[in-house]
Design a protein around this ligand. Sequence first.
Ligand SMILES: [Zn+2]
Length: 262
Amino acid sequence: MDYIFVLVCVFAAIYGLCIGSFLNVVIYRLPLSMSLAKPSSHCPKCKHPIAWYDNIPVLSYLLLGGKCRNCGVHIPFRYTAVEIANGIMWLLCALIFWQQSIVTAVSSAFACSVLLSIFFIDLENMIIPDVLNLFLAICGVISIFGNDGVIWYSRLIGGAVGLAFFGLFKLGSLIILKKDGLGGGDVLLMGAAGLLLGWERLLLAVLFASVVGSVILIIIAYKTKDKDKPFPFAPFLCAGVTISLLFGNTIINWYTNLILGI
Ligand SMILES: [Zn+2]
């Protein structure tokens, strides 16, 4: 039993939960161009500052029954869900990558957090802040120095393919459909994702996003009357990129073995 590795995994999960708590601040304040540092966390209704002991990830939510201590207003479960999701993703990054490369584990963990933020910001505001795409690209550049079985030029090709393919898609929908099918933020997101994943895993991410995205949009189209209502695409991309980042190598190996029969 490798006790240090167990300890690393426990810490990754705990740090992941705490960073998840900060991501809630990012998701709420970044689209509003508010400072991330000040003011300190407060209740969205009564503006009462939240004490540190009421701001412990997951635990405080359970102890307070999902309510503000001061005014009793219901705090949406989404805040806790973001913390748990980030904690699980950081734990997975430690489990999957730590023993082969610490750099890969850390850059992947931060990339997952950026993707989680983009997921909710685009879902709720239909925008992707440039700074988050920049952070994702930086995670991609740092991961070049790690070891995840992806060759450095695969990342460059991935970045270029992501930008070019989605850039052309945006241009095409502007010219042919006379409407903006894709935001500029989505194009930059795919460029950064290509840099992070390498072109092979980028294809997997786009495939996942397209299939899951199509199914969900067909369901939404059946249920709503307003067919021209714009929809956010980045949440699907973020989910695809995250799955491809964590499990892409395993899935691609499994698939090539299946095809080649090795
Ligand atoms: Zn309150």
